[in-house]
Design a protein around this ligand. Sequence first.
Ligand code: PGA
Length: 243
Amino acid sequence: MSRRPFVAGNWKMHKTASEAGPFVSELAGRVPAGADVAGCVPFTDLATSVEAAAGTALQVFAQNMHQLPQGAFTGEISAPMLLDLGVDGVLLGHSERRQYFGETDAALAEKLSAALDAGLDVILAVGESEGEREAGETESVLERQVTVGLAAAGDQVVTIAYEPIWATGTSRTATPEMAQEAHAFIRSLLPAALREATRIQYGGSMKPENAGELLAQPDIDGGLVGGASLDAEPFLAIVAAAG
Ligand code: PGA
């Protein structure tokens, strides 16, 4: 089965709403029709991004959400709030959320279920730290993150992003062979009925220069792109490499 490549930009905490509008308009105008491409943008950029991407192939994702639809959770945003803005999906479990904001696998499972129930698409990010890789724990970490995170997905397909923490926001990239090995392992953890249909993106210093060889691996179905998604040229070059 051939999976359609899916490339998502992760802007992290970059770009004001005034900057996002023209940037998304440019991207949306240049993304090939029929491609699966998304931008994961800060909350304050969602409305303007949805408006600028309307009617194009570019999808707009949030970078996090709370698991409950409403309540006394100061500073949080819920799935119904995202849906009401016309947002397409949500990135869950990015390593920076896990590392700096105490995101747990258990909370992520609840978030994933709430997002799917609301009709949002999900990218679930997983990945080991440098210490875990050196201690030989890569597979056990991935197994825990994938199985706990996806426990609530049932027969629904989500996208998984494999992001080795030691390669995100650094100049280090996993070699295509290392990435392929981790992707194949993640795929082996998936329920048989979803295994072939699930797209697994690679993330971690993906750039136009290395995207081609990473995307050529049989189990790498796209990318979650941080730094190189902040400018149109490198991001669109990666989209073209995935095409
Ligand atoms: P990077 O970030 O491409 O800048 O390494 C990827 C990510 O953390 O999503």
